[in-house]
Design a protein around this ligand. Structure first.
Ligand code: ACO
Length: 168
């Protein structure tokens, strides 16, 4: 079966409820090998307040990936140099949506003069970012809704040169 490549479009305020649902489904279905159920629930709860979640999406450069016109994932750039969010719906993983979103954010950041992009990658997404040339800088523990979750700060120079000194 031939699959079409994901398309991209900017975030619009009406998208907030659907992106909140993608966020929660992505966390609850895809991160179970790396995080406990309590951690997943605390993480997914961050989108329960859809108004606040929408404000966060609107305050960042947020892009949506669509397949056959339907949103299947989103990513956001916080400030000039930080990928804050990247979530793909479980039904659409492995079809290039995550890559298309990252490609676009990297190009936009580069065009704005940003030399290196950072991301606090979930353990689930670590390998995805490593494959794209991001290098682990440090392990972090963050608290979300009273649960402690680990992630890894990773960095990629946008001219394609690896960042020295990093390790997983
Ligand atoms: N582990 C290892 N490799 C992966 C993973 C993974 N979890 N996900 C994708 N890949 C690989 C693919 O196999 C593919 O490899 P290939 O090019 O060699 O074939 C490559 O990465 C690109 O895959 P895509 O199809 O473009 O990625 P996808 O659309 O599936 O999205 C994502 C990847 C965003 C990590 C998705 O799995 C997801 O939403 N995960 C759960 C939520 C999550 O943890 N998000 C990150 C939070 S941290 C943050 O937001 C900054």
């Amino acid at each position: 079966m031939s699959r079409s490549a994901p398309a991209l479009r900017p975030y619009l305020p009406d998208d907030a409820p659907l992106l909140a649902a993608i966020f929660a489904a992505s966390i609850m279905d895809l991160t179970g090998d790396d995080y406990s159920e309590a951690q997943q629930e605390a993480w997914a709860m961050a989108a329960d307040d859809e108004e606040a979640f929408g404000r966060k999406l609107a305050g960042q450069l947020t892009l949506i990936a669509t397949l056959q016109g339907a949103p299947v994932g989103f990513a956001s750039l916080k400030g000039a140099d930080h990928i804050d969010m990247l979530y793909v719906h479980p039904s659409a993983v492995g079809q290039g949506a995550g890559s298309a979103l990252c490609d676009a954010l990297e190009k936009i950041a580069s065009a704005r003069g940003t030399k290196a992009l950072k991301v606090d990658a979930s353990d689930t997404a670590l390998e995805f970012f490593r494959k794209r040339g991001y290098v682990a800088q440090q392990r972090n523990t963050v608290t979300i809704n009273d649960e402690w979750l680990a992630n890894t700060t990773m960095q990629k120079t946008l001219d394609g040169v690896a960042v020295p000194g990093g390790h997983a």
